[in-house]
Design a binder for this molecule. Structure first.
Ligand code: DQA
Length: 147
């Protein structure tokens, strides 16, 4: 199976960016660990981080027919982007939404997501481990579609 990991704006700054909220790991640390986990699970992981909404949308479009599942931390676009929602619905690829922080314990504007009601699931507040749980859940769902 093929899983696409997408990370939105400012996540390239992980490690230096508000470490009390987002943790000490860099995005490279997280992606390296996830790539190893994917290898062990027998799935292929591709990754894109972008600060540009259109690049994330283009990556979602290109995933059509190429990827079986998307794990996405849309970062601030979570709370603003009808376009990313529409792209995900347009390609009809199941996705899990991940946030490092617990968005429900933060500012009110972070508590609405334009994606969450269409996601297979949402993981928020478990730090970098959230990506690992998402990968495990995605691999399990791909192997056992009914469960
Ligand atoms: C985030 C939460 C968003 O509200 C914020 O804009 C981010 C990161 C998270 O991973 O906790 O950039 O998606």
């Amino acid at each position: 199976f093929r899983i696409l990991l997408l990370n939105g704006p400012n996540l390239n700054l992980l490690g230096q960016r508000e470490p009390g909220i987002y943790g000490q790991d860099s995005l490279n640390d997280i992606v390296d660990r996830l790539t190893q986990q994917a290898h062990k699970a027998g799935v292929t992981l591709s990754h894109l981080q972008s600060n540009a909404e259109h690049q994330l949308i283009d990556a979602i479009h290109q995933a059509y027919g190429q990827q079986d599942f998307i794990i996405i931390n849309p970062a601030a676009f979570t709370h603003t982007s009808v376009a990313i929602r529409d792209a995900l619905l347009g390609v009809n690829i199941p996705f899990i939404e991940v946030h490092l922080s617990n968005v429900h314990a933060r500012e009110p504007f972070r508590q609405h997501s334009y994606l969450a009601d269409k996601a297979v699931g949402v993981i928020s507040g478990l730090g970098a481990h959230g990506y690992e749980f998402a990968l495990e859940a995605a691999a399990r769902q791909l192997r056992h579609p009914s469960s």
